[in-house]
Every structure is written in C-alpha cells, then in structure tokens.
Design a protein around this ligand. Structure first.
Ligand SMILES: [Zn+2]
Length: 424
C-alpha cells in the first residue's frame, strides 16, 4: 500500500463540516482517508509524510459552472476591432460579440480556449461547465487536468441549420473532450432557438443522455420577446441575423415556463442566470430539479438586473456560480465572483452560502460531487491552498475568504493528489 501523506494548514475548510484550526488531510493512493485535527492525525499515523502549508487555508477547489473559455482573449479582440466601449444594452452586446467573433480564425479560438483553461487553474478552479461553440478548438482541452463538462452550443432558427449542427456534435460524442471532461449540450437560449428547434435539441440531449445548460431568464429583452414577440430582440437581433420573427409565434409566457414545457428541461439540467423570474418561475425550476447558475458580474456588466438569491435559497433551489465569459466579466476567478456577489446581494446569502455554491454546489451542478466539492473520506484528494498573510481568526475565516477576491493567492491546486497549478 502507498505511504500516506498528511497535508496540514493553519485552517482547513472541509465545506461538509465547519472550518477548523490546525487541520490536516490524510491522503493515500490519491484518496482522502481522514480529515481532522493535525495533532490527532499525526499521532495516529506516525509513518505518514508531512506536507505543511503553514499560514494558509486548505479547502476544495472552486467550480466555475458556467463559462465560455474560448472567448478568453475577447478583450484583446474587441480592442483590435476598435470595439472597446460600453455596449448600449444587452442586445447591442450580443451584436458586438457576434461581429468580433466573425473575424476570428480557428487558431485564435484554440489559443484563447487554452489560455482560459490555464487562467481557471490559476484561480483555484478545479472543475468547469464550459460552453463550446468552436468544435474545431476542441484539442485545446486534451492536456487539461480540469474536471467537469463541455457543453456544445446549439443555436439557430432554421431547422436544417440546427439539424446540421446536431449532426456535427453527434460526430464528436464518441470521444470525451479530455480525460476528465464529459460532454453536455447547450441550447443557447429560448429566443435564439425556434420552438421546433428547441424540442429537437432537448430530444437529442435525451437520446444521448447529455446534461443541458441553457441561458435562461437573463434579460428583460428576452422576457418581452417571449411574451409578445416585440422589443430589441425582434427589432435588432432578428434583423441582423436575418431571422423572421413572424415565422414563429411568441409563446406568450415567461422564459422559465417556455423551457419547463414537457420534453425540455430535465432534472439535473442547468438554468444559467435566472435573473428575470417571479415566484412561480422559482417554484417551476425547483419542481423540475434544475440548478440555477448565477453569474453576478456578467449580469451587472450587461445591466440586466439581479437574481433573487434569497428567494432561491428559501425555495431550496440548488445554486452554483459561474463567471460567464471574458466578453462580459473582468476575470475567470470565482474568488472574484464571490467578492462581487457579497457586495451585490448584501444580506441575501451568508459567506458560508457563497462558499457552498462555489464548491459543493458547483460540483453537484456538474455531476462531480463524488470527486470534488468537499473534503470527506473516500473522495479524491482534490483541494486548493490559499495563502493567508493577514492571519484572520477562525471565526472570521469564511467572511475573509469571501471578501478578499483578487487579493487571495492560490499557492497549490491538487486534483486527485497531483498539484496541477501552472506557472501563473
Ligand atoms: Zn454564458
């Protein structure tokens, strides 16, 4: 049997239990064997090798449950295209994004995705729910140790175009994107897919047992378009895409209601954003067994409103966090997402709630709960180490972590007992 290793830090945050001081993790053969007081574990296992991280906190890796890593070079591309200003509104932002993307080569998208994967690791992220549009960039995932899921994106209102896209995705499903990344499917949003295309995409996901991730209830423009077919989406987005808004009658209800219809969202699917919802929508999401992925910084940048975090928590809707892409958020750091959320949603969720969403909640959202998200015996030894030069007291540790954002320095990131933190 392999020799055990004891990983010790000033603080240990198992997530499944309250934080403790002078904590340690006993690891053997890549798995956590015990979690607890360093003194007790060292006495019980005198032969174990010791790795002492000193004044630091040891906790599970973060999970970025919604991102578009292929857009990680977006700020550079937008600047080169002379498009660095603030978008006028949500639809203007989409149109600019489409415009900037149009001029990119496959190599640019590949390199941008590779850079996003590295930035994620540097931020202490161990698992991602990544949306992929450029199937040709897929080889960038191959060397990555990240866990999670790659959701292949589908959008369009032309049935032949959607069918062709699903065929292209089907051709990729035999092989996972990387050793630890599985496939999922991303129907883009209820306004970029026609009713028949939406049914077709969800049926494809069902047939291939693929988890779905959909942008849902993000903006007031989306709600208005689905309610009565009017507004900026009909006037500007459909005109630019040469889609016929009159070809498909507006469903006349909320985005959540549209996507919770028979045969669409299934238990375990991800509803991303969930900003423009009322109490009935929240109940519907809960009944359908879906998880909401919150992207607070992206919502603020696009001025689409704030998700009702306290109402979701009160209703028992599972929550996770995502950064969305660098086209709408300033970084791929979930630590920075948490710090922003603390100021954006004062009093709606505790530091412990935010840490839960960013670790165990995200792991559950991506079906990774048996591998990471908490530190319990039997799990893979996946954890990060964050330096603590300011030495907070144990009672202030969670608040300190949640408010420090970009000031936190991740010094190690272990996935299944291997330190995978690159040069950052
Ligand atoms: Zn997104």
């Amino acid at each position: 049997m392999d020799r055990a290793t004891l990983y010790r830090a000033r603080f240990l945050l198992p997530i499944s239990a309250p934080p403790l001081e002078d904590g340690a993790l006993l690891v053997r053969s890549g798995l956590v064997c015990a979690v607890g007081s360093h003194r007790q574990l060292a006495a019980a296992h005198p032969d174990a090798a010791l790795v002492d991280f000193g004044d630091a906190v040891l906790l599970p890796p973060l999970v970025n449950a919604h991102t578009h890593l292929e857009l990680s070079d977006y700020p550079r591309w937008a600047a080169a295209a002379g498009d660095a200003g603030q978008p006028r509104d949500f639809v203007d932002w989409i149109l600019r994004l489409v415009q900037v993307r149009r001029g990119l080569s496959a190599a640019q998208l590949h390199d941008s995705l590779a850079a996003g994967l590295q930035q994620s690791l540097c931020a202490g992220t161990g698992a991602v729910g990544d949306i992929l549009t450029s199937l040709d960039a897929i080889s960038a995932y191959r060397p990555s140790p990240l866990r999670g899921r790659v959701f292949a994106e589908v959008l369009g209102r032309d049935p032949d175009q959607v069918a062709g896209r699903l065929l292209a995705i089907e051709g990729r499903l035999a092989e996972p994107p990387a050793e630890h990344l599985a496939w999922g499917l991303a129907p883009h949003a209820p306004y970029t897919l026609s009713a028949s295309a939406t049914d077709r995409v969800f049926a494809f996901a069902e047939r291939h047992a693929l988890q779905c991730s959909i942008h849902l209830a993000e903006s007031a423009a989306e709600s208005r378009f689905l309610a009565n077919g009017s507004g900026a989406i009909a006037e500007h987005l459909f005109a630019a895409a040469r889609w016929d808004a009159a070809a498909d009658p507006a469903p006349g209800c909320s985005p959540v209601r549209v996507i919770c219809r028979q045969g669409r969202l299934k238990p375990g699917d991800l509803a991303v954003h969930g900003v423009q919802v009322d109490g009935a929508d929240i109940e519907l999401i809960k009944e359908h067994g879906c998880c909401v992925v919150l992207c607070p910084r992206s919502n603020a940048a696009l001025a689409v409103g704030r998700a009702p975090v306290a109402a979701y928590l009160a209703a028992g809707v599972p929550l996770a966090l995502g950064t969305d892409s660098l086209a709408s958020a300033p970084s791929l750091s979930i630590w920075e997402e948490i710090a922003f959320a603390m100021t954006c949603y004062p009093g709606q969720a505790s530091p412990r709630d935010w840490l839960e969403m960013a670790t165990r909640g995200g792991a559950r959202a991506l079906g990774q709960q048996a591998r990471l998200g908490q530190l319990d015996p039997g799990q893979e030894a996946s954890f990060q180490v964050v330096a603590l030069p300011d030495r907070p007291a144990l009672a202030e540790l969670e608040e300190f972590l949640c408010t420090s954002g970009g000031n936190l320095r991740v010094t190690h990131l272990y996935l299944a007992a291997r330190n995978v933190l690159p040069e950052c």
